[in-house]
Design a binder for this molecule. Structure first.
Ligand code: ADP
Ligand code: TRP
Length: 323
């Protein structure tokens, strides 16, 4: 059954293949299975780390381009910039006023940042209330997120229920959609690929510089001529994300049975697969980068479609709270 699905991504750096397989590909699949999708770039949220204004602007645009290149279809999906629908701030305020301090104080992502010595600002503390507003403004039913965002979804549900109990049944109580089938994508060193660990492979890399990264993927030290274990190998795990079942089987055979096949060959094969797998998206990205006005038009159109839904919610919400 078609659901209203919403998710946001922070514009916080160059996207990597962990982001693609963990977040972007599932988002495109949901879009292509007939759901009503609202996807946005969370540029207000990105302000909690006080980015340089020029960087914030450029990254927001860059993420929009990358998502469109990766398969977001603006005909099917309402694709927009968070800040183009500023009504979300008004709803965030209403939610803040029914949100107990303790609910926010308990949030792990906030506590982790404090533990890492970050000097917290009020925006960082209030982050989950704004995230709840993102979700509730569009009456979203399902919210695909990574495990790290699960608690923010619980806060969102809690606030929606509180609001409805207090002011009447107005907000849809959403469910988190945490995909269990998408494993954690390993980075160059075998840990979770993450920009914070500096172990990423960029989504749209090309040629020598990115090949060098593939060649540096950590493997065990099985000597040439000995069988290699595909099930513990990072190269194999990454190949699996992009290869057909036949291609994967062929690689498994080489690992186990071909004495002339070593990790260098596997890495080269993976690099070639990556180059081919993202070829179409890479071309599309170049086209979009050459045509920034087209991207801006898509985002504006998305914002105007998003605002229609937002306005309907806000009319009810404002009346209910007594404004
Ligand atoms: P990073 O860890 O590089 O800072 P983010 O936290 O900004 O990435 O993640 C953006 C999205 O990409 C989230 O939905 C997250 O779950 C997904 N994601 C990031 N890294 C991975 C990974 N290694 N494996 C699977 N999904 C990932
Ligand atoms: N907090 C999310 C993240 O860091 C981004 C986000 C902001 C979001 N608003 C949202 C995700 C609403 C889902 C729904 O990944």
């Amino acid at each position: 059954m078609s659901k209203r699905i919403l998710t946001g991504i922070q514009p916080s750096g160059t996207l990597h293949i962990g982001n693609y397989f963990g977040a972007m590909r599932p988002a495109v699949t949901l879009q292509d299975s007939g759901n009503e999708c609202f996807y946005f770039i969370a540029n207000y949220h990105a302000m909690t780390s006080m980015p340089d204004p020029k960087d914030l602007h450029e990254r927001t645009f860059g993420v929009a381009v990358d998502f469109l290149a990766a398969g977001i279809d603006p005909q099917k999906t309402v694709f927009f910039r968070q800040s183009d629908v500023p009504e979300v701030q008004e709803l965030a305020w209403f939610l803040s006023c029914i949100c107990p301090m303790g609910l926010l104080e308990r949030c792990h992502s906030y506590k982790d940042k404090l533990a890492h010595g970050l000097e917290a600002n009020h925006g960082l503390f209030a982050y989950p209330a704004l995230m709840a507003a993102d979700i509730l403004l569009y009456q979203s039913e399902l919210v695909p997120v990574g495990k790290d965002q699960k608690q923010h979804l619980e806060v969102t549900r809690d606030l929606a229920i509180r609001f409805n109990n207090h002011f009447g049944d107005i907000l849809t109580v959403p469910d988190a959609y945490i995909s269990t089938e998408v494993a954690v994508i390993p980075g160059l060193d075998g840990q979770k690929m993450s920009k914070s660990y500096n172990n990423t492979i960029e989504l749209f890399g090309e040629g020598k510089p990115v090949r060098k990264k593939f060649m540096s993927i950590k493997t065990d030290s099985t000597p040439m001529g000995e069988p290699m274990n595909p099930d513990t190998c990072n190269v194999f795990a990454l190949y699996k994300l992009m290869a057909t079942p036949e291609e994967l089987e062929a690689l498994r055979k080489n690992y186990l049975e071909n004495p002339e096949f070593g990790y260098g060959h596997a890495k080269q094969l993976l690099f070639e697969k990556y180059t081919e797998y993202f070829a179409e998206a890479r071309e599309k990205r170049k086209e979009l980068l050459a045509n920034p006005q087209k991207v801006e038009d898509i985002l504006q159109d998305g914002a105007s479609r998003a605002r229609k839904v937002a306005d309907a919610t806000m009319a009810k919400v404002r009346a209910a709270v007594g404004l």
